[in-house]
Design a protein around this ligand. Structure first.
Ligand code: GLP
Length: 259
């Protein structure tokens, strides 16, 4: 795992965006794993500037969202289908027909989940998966004790996650109880993982995921199993790591800063 510590939230977004922009410039049909939430906002902002400057285009790229709430309407402002459309598809100029979000409104959610994994496979797999991390260590909506072998499936949100996400809704009661999320096994099949975290509130989850034991109690620790995982942090999110000197030394001595 490569751990990169930068000074500010904006730098996290810039550096992560650079990796994605490099991939898309080289492979315009790349398959991007898309995350929602606050963490990747800076990535999408930075990529938008590059699209507007004519440096890159997502017109031929494909996208698969990580997760979706179950039980809120498609056109709800906070459905991940709406968020992905508003924050990714429109600003970055993806072809909407090439971007998928799990359908959390379907009658047969188990069928939707199995088909979602199959569709990722049929697209050739995810080239780079963008990830945030929850304060309880979740990635996607894989809450603590999720199996490392799990596939896309229905989950019950942890009370802490519902509280964390309450800020997007009018009240805690409005936050959905269930979700559909790519499994940890699904996520680990992406060719590259790119996790970003900012702020002190993520420091414990990051320390546990990066330097703690491999445990389903901290789903983010699954990154330790992946051969090409990059974690980009601001100083606050990195503040409880033990090996920060080593990570800085390694990055300062890196020959190729993009790959
Ligand atoms: C959310 C999402 C995750 C996200 C995480 C952290 O609920 N399902 O994909 O990475 O929790 O959220 P945020 O980036 O808003 O802190």
């Amino acid at each position: 795992m490569e751990v990169i510590i930068v000074s500010t939230d904006a730098e996290v977004g810039h550096l992560a965006a650079e990796k994605i922009a490099t991939l898309v410039a080289r492979t315009p049909t790349a398959v991007i794993g898309l995350a929602t939430g606050s963490s990747p906002e800076g990535i999408y902002r930075d990529l938008r500037a590059r699209v507007e400057a004519g440096e890159i285009s997502f017109a031929e790229a494909r996208g698969f969202a990580l997760d979706e709430y179950v039980g809120i309407p498609l056109n709800h402002r906070e459905s991940y289908a709406s968020v992905i459309n508003r924050e990714v598809v429109e600003p970055l100029g993806f072809n909407p027909s090439r971007v998928r979000v799990p359908d959390g409104r379907a009658e047969d959610l188990e069928f939707v989940a199995a088909k979602y994994d199959a569709d990722i496979g049929a697209a050739g797999g995810v080239d780079i998966q963008i990830l945030g991390i929850g304060t309880n260590g979740h990635i996607g909506f894989n809450e603590p004790t999720s199996s490392f072998a799990s596939r896309t499936r229905i989950k019950t949100l942890a009370p802490r996650t519902r509280q964390d996400n309450q800020r997007f809704f009018n009240s805690l009661d409005e936050v959905p109880v269930h979700c559909i999320t790519q499994g940890l096994g699904t996520i680990l099949e992406a060719r590259e993982l790119l996790l970003v975290a900012q702020g002190e509130k993520k420091a414990d989850a990051i320390a546990a995921a990066v330097e703690g034991p491999l445990t389903s109690f901290v789903p983010g620790s699954a990154l330790q199993l992946h051969p090409h995982a990059t974690v980009i942090l601001d100083k606050a999110a990195a503040s409880r790591l033990q090996l920060t000197d080593y990570y800085r030394h390694t990055y300062a001595n890196k020959l190729n800063r993009i790959a």
